[in-house]
Ligand binder design. Sequence first.
Ligand code: ZN
Length: 330
Amino acid sequence: MTTFTAGPKLGLTASPTRTAIMNLLGLHHITAIASDPRTNLDFYTRVLGLRFVKKSVNQDDPGTYHLYYGDYAGSPGTILTFFPWAGIRVGRPGHGQAYATAYSVPAGSLPFWQTRLARLGVKHGALETRFGEQVLTLFDPDGLRLELIATAEPDPRAPAPSPEVPAASALRGFHGTTLGLVEAQATSTLLTGTMGYRQVAQSGPRTRYTVAAGGPGTYVDLLTDPTLPRGLSGAGTIHHVAFRTPDDPAQETALATLESRGLAVSPVVDRAYFKSIYYREPGGVLFEIATDQPGFAIDEPVASLGTRLGLPPRLEPHRAEIEAALPPLR
Ligand code: ZN
């Protein structure tokens, strides 16, 4: 492993072509696949109390939505996004995928969620303890595995306001993601040797990693389970996991670093609300690195996020026909 210590003696002047340390800040967003967009919208906004941050289209299939849920402003580290395709086959969670998406909730709030999920008929499991914290597993209408982690760690992030979920119990953003793997060593080496992550906990088949300042919103758990079936993409599965990097120069450094380690990385793709690069980690999970800038307020004010269909500039001339083809959401 080659790393550089930042400092004037080494002359680190942010040359994008030189191998440097990747500057990742935690999770940016997680993208999953759903079937019916209206059912998806109702579950994440009403049942879980997240804010509908952005209504956009799948840039590779503009006849379908790309829906984003997060905190009030759509802050990085809170955003779960979906490609809903009505009638798509049901996926199979397994190895080579992000296996679970965990949210940070306040300590003591899980009884509220047990009662609420039972009353609303949402499939969920029993409380379990993981690394000393209580975890409640639940499943969205397509079977996507979600976890609420009642963490004792400080998490100052303000949850989205919700008429049905009091702030004292609300989802504050991601806690972390769990990757399903049959063999974790190469993924661990990528995280710690290239992406700047460090191991912070280990128990049985689960090893936890964090980055930057650590805490909720940064965690990646590697779950090693040779009995996991191979994951099949479809409704109820995660498509990719995106990590945060602050800006364009940091992303160029990340791209150069990954390529210097022999990974195949996409060119920078402008996703309007952030810029992205994509690569597949050795266990098969699709990773993305997304910039914090410019964010979701570039095409509508924060106060009205999620109301106007957001389109990238190249699709803007086709707005009328795109809007007419999409199913109404509310
Ligand atoms: Zn993404």
